[in-house]
Each structure stands twice: as C-alpha cells, then as structure tokens.
Design a protein around this ligand. Structure first.
Ligand SMILES: Cc1ncc(COP(=O)(O)O)c(C=O)c1O
Length: 371
C-alpha cells in the first residue's frame, strides 16, 4: 500500500473527531427521520429526509475522504449509475459502454436511455481506445471489467475522451479507492457499488458518485433529490460501519486472491484463468502501472456447467451467490446471469478467511470434480 493510501486509511476511523462536541457518542448515531424541526427560514439545516440526512452526510464524508473528491450517496450501484446518466445526458447524446462489463449498465441504456433519444454503442474493454471517441458525450469504462477481468488504460482513455470533448466515467466497483484511483488518472466521474467490498458484509445495497467537478456533483445531487432515489439512513449507517474496516478486509482479500490465483493456475481442472496480478495475465503490465492492488476477483473456466456447479456448491468455504466483495468467499457461474461466457465460467470472489484453510477447501472441491 502506498504511503498516501496508508495515511488515508489511518485517518478514516478518526474523521468524526473534528465534528464532536463534548459528550457526543464516538460511534456514529443513526438518524432515522423523515422530518426535522424547521421553524422560520428553510435554509442551512436538515428539513426533509429526501433532501438530506446526518447519517448520509457522515458516510459521504468518509467516501469523500477515500476518493479525495466530493461524493453523493445512492441506494445502490445502479442508482448511482442512473444518476450520472439521467443527471448529465439529454436527447441527441451518444454514449459508449463496455461490451464486457456489468450487464445491467447496458440494459439501463438499452431499455431506458434509448427511448429518451440517447444512443448507445458498446466496445470491448481491452480495446476501448480503438476507434476514438468523436461524437460521444460520455464514455463509461469498468476496469477490471466484471466478469472477464480485462482492463483498459484509464489515463490514455481519459486523454482521448477529453480531446473528443466528452466526459469519462469509471465504474471502480471491482477495485475500491484502495485498489485504484481513477480520478487521479484523469477520469471525470467515479461510480461504485458500495454493496460490494466497501460495505463488505453482504447485508446492504449502496452506491456513490464521486467527482471533482462541482457542476457534476450538483446535477447528480439534484437528480437524487428530485427523483427520490435516496439511500435509507440505516443502510448508510451500515456502510459507514463497513467502511471503517475496508482497508484491512481489502488488504487480506487481495493478498489471498494473489496466492490462490497462482495455485489455481496450475490446477489441471482449470483453463482460461484471469487475474491481473499474475505475470502471465495479458493485462499484467498495465495493471502494475495503474492499479494499487490487483483486486480480489479471479475468473476461470471449468470443463462444463455441471462441474462448475459442483465445484461451487461442494466447496465448504464458499457461498454459491451472485455479487462479490463480502467477507465470505463466494462464486458464481456467470452464464446463468446472461454474460457472454462459457457455461463452465466461474467468477470467484476471495473473502477474508485464513488463506491456507481457504485454499485447502478450494483444492478439495476442484479435486473432487476431476480434470
Ligand atoms: C461492476 C458493477 N457495477 C455496478 C453494479 C450494480 O450495483 P448494485 O447491485 O448495488 O446496484 C454491480 C453489481 O453487481 C457491478 O458488478
């Protein structure tokens, strides 16, 4: 971890300190309120739960500290992506999405943006620069892309996107601010599903938008207040708690994933393994240059749908579940969600279990399905 990441992590649990009055609780109180005491002029304080809430403020303060940029919280990752699209785009705009990223982002463009007169093209993450960005209002990348884990050069894409007069949005969900810093690499907007590693306990959906552009922050805030796509205070409180341990969880998960990916690569049952931290991975050099860590996701292919299901379902230290980034290791056969991958393709999310015990459970389940 870089020195700046360490000092950012060290300051995180003490962020509230500067705001405490004598006798205030050290942990964050949960404010469940739709209305607030609001006599006289309606400015400068909390008034109504769709406009603001002290528990959101606290989680946004933490996220802003991590992103080094103002942040707006949303009730899910998709709500954050929707806020960027609906807050910034207008009829006649054209946008570019990854063809191999999270499928619901494309579905949003296809099923809703198109009907409002916004055109959408797609391009593979690994060749996202090819073809340039002329004519686009917004380009959106996901790197590493979920689930195939291809990556693209954020700084090079940002430069080309800006030359074309467009804005670059990076979905940083697979990496978190401790693993990759797209705003520092030139992106205009980061969105993330805090549902994943930032909350980390798989009990909440949450998301955020980060940007150093005041106009962008104002537009997504306006979208949230006007559309009503607001996070619940309790969810914000849980994410605040989760963020306090993000650095320690993420560190363990990334270190374990690196060790497990090396061992999986040599297992006879596995082909097509992708993990950006392996020297043999096609993305490795770029990953070394732009990522602070290599993440906790590994993808690979088993011989058939049945073998992949057996591997996941019979592994004693693995949850068969969609999503990723929880304290528990989990895995999913992604073709069942409609991703364009082989039937035996598995996305593995490495959790916080002690790594040797985890590896033994994974190896036993792989050995049981045969080569
Ligand atoms: C890369 C990526 N972005 C966005 C999302 C959407 O997040 P949420 O499920 O919180 O809406 C997901 C969900 O899996 C995702 O994997």
């Amino acid at each position: 971890m870089s020195e700046t990441a360490k000092s950012r992590a060290a300051a995180l649990p003490h962020l509230r300190r500067g705001r405490l009055a004598k006798g205030d609780p050290i942990p964050l109180p949960l404010t469940m309120a739709a209305i607030f005491h609001a006599p006289g002029d309606a400015t400068g304080f909390d008034q109504y739960g769709r406009f603001s809430n002290p528990t959101w403020d606290a989680v946004e303060h933490m996220l802003a500290h991590l992103e080094d940029a103002p942040c707006v919280a949303f009730p899910s990752g998709m709500a954050a992506i929707s806020a960027v699209f609906f807050g910034l785009l207008k009829a006649g705009d054209r946008i570019l999405l990854p063809s191999d990223g999270y499928h619901t982002t494309r579905a949003l463009a296809d099923r809703f943006l198109k009907s409002f007169g916004i055109a959408c093209d797609v391009r593979p993450t690994s060749s996202f620069l090819d073809g340039g960005f002329d004519g686009y209002r917004l380009a959106f990348v996901e790197t590493p892309a979920n689930p195939g884990l291809d990556i693209c050069d954020i700084a090079a894409v940002a430069e080309a996107v800006h030359k074309a007069g467009a804005v670059l949005v990076v979905d940083n969900t697979t990496m978190t601010p401790f693993g990759q810093r797209p705003l520092d690499l030139g992106a205009d907007i980061v969105i993330a599903a805090d549902t994943k590693a930032p909350n980390g306990h798989s009990d909440v959906l949450f998301g955020h938008v980060a940007s150093r552009d005041a106009d962008i922050i104002s537009r997504v805030t306006d979208w949230r207040e006007t559309s009503g796509a607001i996070p619940g205070p309790f969810e914000a409180w849980l994410v605040h708690r989760g963020l306090e341990t993000l650095e320690v969880r993420f560190d363990r998960m990334c270190a374990s994933a690196e060790m497990i990916a090396r061992r999986l690569k040599n297992h006879r049952a596995i082909s097509g393994l992708r993990f950006p931290g392996l020297e043999s991975d096609p993305s490795h050099n770029l990953a070394r240059a732009q990522m602070e860590r290599f993440g906790f996701l590994i993808s690979f292919v088993l011989a058939s749908e049945d073998k992949a299901e057996d591997f996941i379902n019979n592994c004693a230290l693995m949850q068969a579940a969609t999503s990723f980034g929880g304290v528990h290791t989990s895995a999913e056969r992604r073709s069942k969600r409609g991703d364009a991958v082989p039937p035996g393709f598995v996305r593995l999310s490495v959790g916080c279990e002690p790594v040797e015990e985890l590896w033994q459970a994974i190896e036993a389940s792989l050995d049981a399905i045969g080569g």
